[in-house]
Write a protein that binds this ligand. Sequence first.
Ligand code: NDP
Length: 323
Amino acid sequence: MKSIHVLEPGGPEKMQLVDAPTPQPGPKQVLVRLHASGVNFIDVYFRMGLYKADLPITLGNEGAGVVESVGSDVTEVAPGDRVAYAMARGSYAQYAVLPAAFLVKIPDHLDFTNAAAAMLQGMTAHYLTHSTYALKSGDTCLVHAAAGGAGGLIVQMAKMLGARVFGTVSTEAKAQIARAHGTDETILYTQQDFEAEVKRLTGGRGVDVVYDSVGKTTFDKSLNSLRPRGVMVLFGQSSGPVPPLDPNILNGRGSLFLTRPSLGHYVATREELLWRAGDVLAWMESGRLKLRIDRTYALEDAATAHRDLESRRTSGKLVLTIP
Ligand code: NDP
């Protein structure tokens, strides 16, 4: 089978298309013939060695396809089922062996590209808005990179839950995309001081929660944008990692709460996975949730997809289509 391997950590040039043996499923495992793979920053972090794994690494943490065969003790799916998953590595490939418990069935009217695209960022937006800080009507939130993959979905779910949503973006073109996702106020953080804007828009109070995927360049002002006892949700680092900090700054800025969550901990049980994925895929099928696919690439062009994602030029999801 064709797959994209990383033999040593580094830039996109370290990604190689190889012919590898098709793996076979063991107990509680399933062999899936993949048709689409999402592209995510987590793939970039594994490629560059920021997140560690044994080499060679088959990249990709999100995919959709058809169950080819199952190992022993598998009850969740059967051969021929259309399935999708996130948070198991190896989706930049024609086949992947996956834990059966990670797979969910794709609704009839959703294609593989959209199903693969929805899983990781969709379930992330779901846990951030429904669990990490469960938004309720009247809450105010700040979402960074609001035209981005995760950001755009957070905005839409926050609006479903009745929140007032401020979104930051780098360009006017991205501002239009963020508004289409539903932001009530859109701040160009490359031109405006977003902390001052948030204070102005909230009459000096600050927001209840910040969803910050940008990290290094936004973290400090995000803390300052919160109301006393507000919640800082740092869930990514698109601009680079946040340097170590003294916990006393949380006291000094108003008894704030800080969390650094991961999707894996919020789909810890099969029940929780089915809840989040079920909501996301059903909302996509009904049109209630709109996922913006920015570009699709052939499997062999995965390195170009990484370059585009890292360049800050994308606004929405990147997907590999698999022959
Ligand atoms: P996005 O589609 O949001 O792309 C990144 C965006 O970040 C850019 O489009 C850009 O938007 C903004 N950005 C700001 N500064 C930079 C910079 N220096 N370089 C590049 N981008 C920058 O990506 P994703 O939605 O896929 O992921 C966003 C982050 O969230 C990643 O760090 C990812 O790892 C993390 N994440 C975490 C999860 C979790 O469970 N903890 C799950 C999913 C994602 P703009 O131009 O508007 O500034």
